[in-house]
Write a protein that binds this ligand. Structure first.
Ligand SMILES: [Zn+2]
Ligand SMILES: [Zn+2]
Ligand SMILES: [Zn+2]
Length: 469
């Protein structure tokens, strides 16, 4: 391998071609990179490899592409710093490289804590050094949702765009960015992919082998029938099959009140046609009403986001990434439980229990359906649990994804034997209805307050059991 490095003024440039190859340590010693290849795939994979690298000295490197075609690729264009034509515009390359370097000196090495901290850090670093103000969605046929956010998407595999949305939700929830509505799109309710085939289908047999005709209402004789009943072989004029009069003006002697559909497959006739969407990713076919709606926004940096770039943030600012109202953080939960436990002693008419729910294979679930789907599942679970609670009960979700909540019953209810379905059953039902055949490994734990001496002991027991020790 022969690496081609050369100097433009004081700027040391590495030229990468399909033949030269490159190594990251070698690349790190250069100020800028020119990728020079007519092979678009090679250019693309090189740019991604550099931008995906974990070290700022690599992922922030100024990249220029030798131009071979007049079209500039939208997504790639947002990840590079410019094109060079025939001869390199030396001043421009030097200026830009220097500018990026100077700005990179402001960056903090602190990474925001949390699941997507590193992903957002890279995106924000790139924005800061390139002085872009907005994380903008770009239409991208290679993206599984149809849109890409290049500076965020680059951290994921091409089929992981739903994770990109989860990362942006996380950053929004944590106050680094704020959204500006661009568009509402619909995603597959099984895998969150956005490439869908829409078809009009028969409501009886789901075949798309259908055709529609106008229904005609002839005023003088009140006959209603499909337009084909009014058509004659030898003329374009319409005449009524019942009274034989010719039809003249729509709205005057007849109108078209509706469309009548026929199915060639099962031969049924119907007025309302169904619209189904078939997912090109998982082939699930669903009624459009069940698709999940998702806002696609452009994101701007908040003050906190700008600070995170240059100053970093202390972990104290971090909130859990789920925007679940009424869910206590674990510390608050324990304080509430402490007082509830003491209070329970003076309420002999009530039974108090602590509930816990763990999902053993939540990671398998997200591998199956995507992280975006995992968050919506957790929201749905929280709703089921909240539906079970009284106004005095409270719930938390800890960082292992375990739900813990209190529940109280009056003794009369217990004696009457009126017991509601356990939450785990309701959840199993939700899963089998909405997530096909996925087998959720659920464990529900119930501990009565009077089995323990203190709220501390209660929580300890609960954690042990949820961790399946
Ligand atoms: Zn049919
Ligand atoms: Zn008629
Ligand atoms: Zn799908």
């Amino acid at each position: 391998m022969s690496y081609q490095s050369f100097k433009i003024g004081q700027t040391l440039v590495l030229k990468i071609t399909s033949d030269s190859g490159y190594s990251f340590p070698f690349l790190m010693g250069h100020d800028a990179v020119i990728v020079d290849s007519p092979n678009v795939d090679f250019v693309r994979s090189t740019v991604y490899a550099i931008r995906r690298h974990h070290q700022p000295e690599v992922y922030l490197k100024p990249i220029f592409i030798q131009r071979y075609s007049s079209k500039s690729p939208a997504v790639l264009g947002m990840l590079i710093d410019g094109f060079v034509d025939g001869s390199v515009d030396e001043d421009q390359l030097q200026l830009k490289t220097n500018d990026i370097f100077v700005r990179s000196l402001d960056l903090t090495s602190k990474v925001p804590a949390g699941q997507y901290g590193i992903v957002m850090k890279k995106a924000l670093d790139l924005m800061y050094t390139r002085q872009t103000k907005v994380i903008e969605p770009v239409l991208d046929p290679y993206s599984i949702i149809g849109y890409a956010y290049p500076t965020v998407s680059m951290s994921f595999e091409p089929h992981e765009e739903t994770e990109v949305l989860a990362a942006l939700d996380w950053a929004e929830f944590n106050g680094y960015i704020w959204p500006d509505f661009v568009e509402k799109i619909y995603l597959c309710n099984q895998c969150s992919a956005g490439l869908l085939l829409f078809r009009e289908v028969c409501p009886h047999c789901s075949s798309s082998n259908t055709y529609g005709e106008d229904l005609i209402h002839h005023f003088p004789c009140a006959y209603i029938g499909p337009i084909s009943d009014f058509q004659k072989a030898d003329t374009d004029a319409l005449s009524c099959p019942k009274c034989n009069k010719s039809l003249h003006h729509v709205g005057v002697d007849y109108d078209k009140p509706a469309v009548l559909n026929h199915c060639n497959s099962c031969d049924s006739r119907f007025q309302d046609i169904f619209v189904k969407a078939k997912c090109m990713h998982c082939s699930h076919d669903t009624d459009v009403q069940y698709l999940q709606a998702r806002n696609i926004s452009a994101y701007k940096l908040t003050k906190k986001g700008r600070l995170a770039i240059t100053e970093g943030l202390s972990d104290l600012d971090e909130k859990p990434h789920l925007a679940l109202e009424e869910i206590q953080d674990e510390k608050t939960f324990e304080i509430l439980l402490h007082f509830d436990f003491i209070h329970a002693n003076s309420q002999p008419d009530w039974q108090h229990v602590l509930n816990g729910l763990s999902i053993g294979n939540i990671n398998e679930f997200s591998a199956h359906f995507g992280g975006f789907k995992k968050q919506s599942l957790i929201r749905e679970l929280a709703d089921i649990i909240k539906g079970e609670m009284t106004l005095k009960d409270f719930v938390t979700i800890n960082n292992q994804g375990h739900f813990i909540w209190t529940k109280r019953y009056s003794n009369e209810v217990v004696i009457d034997g009126e017991k509601s379905e356990p939450v785990s059953k309701l959840i199993q039902k939700l899963i089998s209805e909405n997530y096909n055949s996925f087998k959720m490994d659920l464990k529900q734990v119930v501990i009565n307050y009077n089995e323990c001496k203190s709220s501390g002991e209660l929580m300890k027991d609960m954690r042990k059991k949820l961790n399946r020790e």
